[in-house]
Design a protein around this ligand. Sequence first.
Ligand SMILES: [Zn+2]
Length: 564
Amino acid sequence: MIKAVRFLFISILFFSISSFSQAQNPKRDILNKTFKSTKECYFSFPIKSKEQLNQLSKIISIDRVTASTAYAYANRNDFNKFLNTNIDFQLLDHPNANFKAVMFDSKLKQSYAWDKYLSYNDYVDMMYQFATDYPDICQVFSLGQSVDGRELLIAKISDNISLSEAEPQFLYTGQMHGDEVATSIILLRLIDYLLTNYGANDQINRLIDEVEIWINPLANPDGTYTNDNSTVSGATRFNANAIDINRNFPDPKDGDHPDGKSWQAETQIFMTLAETQHFVMSANTHSGSEVVNYPWDTWTKLHADDNWWQMVSHEYADLAQLNSPSGYMSGFDDGITNGAEWYIINGGRQDYMNYFHHCREFTIEQSTEKMVPENELPNYWDYNRQAMLNYMEQVTYGFRGRITDSDTGDPIQAKLEIESHDFDNSFIFSNLEGYYYRPIKAGTYTLNFSAEGYESKSISNQSIADFDSKIINVGLKKINTGVDSNILSELRIVNPVQNHQLQISSPIDIIRVNIYSILGQLIYTNKTKNKELQIDIQNFKSGIYILNLEFSDGERVEKRFIMH
Ligand SMILES: [Zn+2]
């Protein structure tokens, strides 16, 4: 009797194990096999409909699509979700498979000819060397560290480099996908080209004299140097947490976390950079295709400045075609595409910059091959050089000017809305010094200026041509509220570039000083009751800081400064 029961029990157990393994193991086998030695896989699947693709774009990182096939990356978790959709797929070799990067040997001391890849240390050295060699027009600093503690470096290039001048700010960022390895070399070479040709080339003189250029060649160092710092072989798209940074930004349609993941260190660094600076135009460079991708990516509605976007995108693609063998950057609509028309992505930096920071950012896909053979690197530089320069130059065109208090002449951070034209946050704001820059397609417009506490002003019938600028300075009249706000105009903060003491003087008592890092971490705090303050910042690491002052009348002021 006992034996019979036991036999029955064992056979039930056996039966349940075998049915479990039939249902579950093939999927688990695929996952275990695929992610045995990597944190991301590359695969393709047939496209059934745009609707299906839009849904999948929220789960996996779609890289590119053709008429019938989508190519995508996924980490283990997200690939598991994809497997649950039961869509047929084909695992592909990762773009880094079989790619053996030829690295520059800096020990040989031969001059670098831009035809080899750089180790992480050589990359860092080269960035800081730019500032050492060209101290009058270049500063280099770290924006912060990646998940694995590598530096996100940025070069700032302009005349009178230590001053914040009345110039529009422009940003280039590259290699946010770590395995698109040509893009950082192209941007490094752009920095070098700008610095070495200043004084010798009219266009470059104009750019450096009239624009504040910011270039971050390597946005995802952890993905780039996945295996070790000495090689880009084995580079991955994702960051060290196997997350696609370019799907991790707040999205106009899908909110703060469109990918369902927390903001990565790299994402937060670019968010803080956008918040503390005032970029008028920018671009994010990629590989995987050859096309200029302009807003929006998240929805199919066109941008308010769609005609301007098409003009500057065609200018880029046309120049790239002119400087390359036939066929380069000539697909899609003659080398350009509306982002969502190609395929929808959520959480990309392009839409984040356009929607939340009123910037004008597009995405440039510079090479079909992600892991470009090193001897072809100079070719992609040649194809893109003039196009990148001319895109930067667009930041000097359009309506521009200064918005001030009509009584005191003090700068105002005001809003400029183009009547019957702006929507979806395409309006812009003037910067801290009151200067505004509004790139726009040729036409005749009505400009509406407004600021809290001021009477609005409308200026109608303003015509502008393409590739031209028009200065319109505006004085706004204060609505009398009785509140004394002389603090801002009389507050003096000495730029810490010159020494390691932050000197602050104010017309009324300062009662609290807080200094935050670029990531919002409190670095320094002090309760006081003084009009004059001197803060020792000698031990601060290089980077951007936010100074927050509280005054005895309850008012607060926030200023940023940079440590080197
Ligand atoms: Zn990319």
